[in-house]
Design a protein around this ligand. Sequence first.
Ligand SMILES: [Zn+2]
Length: 220
Amino acid sequence: MKQIRICFDAKNKSSFINFIVCAFLIVIQFSCTEESVTKKEARPEATLEKLQLVHAKTLERIINYNDFLKQAGKEKKTAIKLLFTALKRSEEIHAKNQFALLQKHNAQPISVKEEKVITGSSTQTLKMALSMEDLSTNSVYPALIKLADCEKCTDALQIFKITQDSEFKHAELLRYAIYQGSGMPKLNYKVCPACGYILTTEDVIECPACKGMIKNFESI
Ligand SMILES: [Zn+2]
């Protein structure tokens, strides 16, 4: 507004100097507006960089859970095998969502050096899985959420929050299995195809994480 007022003054006085000043201010005004727009649409570089790593780690976890479910199968521990099958499916959905997010922001997935996980007994694999899930919920996802919020990357923020809810459920199911030990019952797992949230009850009508309809859940 200030610049516009100066413009009118410039016209009234027909002063060449004022006209130059006015033109200069208009140029600054336009360049500022352009800069604000660029800033607003800036690529969330730090969020995408971390997302690439998390996506690679999720792919690695799918492999881990596949090994763990095979081990449970060898030990004829059907209840644990079922749990790892549900966890693996859930992680596949997380990986799919992370990949879609990377694509949306024109970022490429990366591969990381695979950490060799030695598959022990089913009891050991449950504990290993719990420590991985605890790391996700207590450290990885809170950091990602903070980063996406800071860079105003709203789509990533939404996916990270939903995935964190899903990871909390993974940890809860693993704790339950460890607590039950050899008396672990066979549960009916249902996985949300949209966000990977795992349910063991049918007493809800929508996904607690993404609000997807329970009728669409995949039975394991
Ligand atoms: Zn869901």
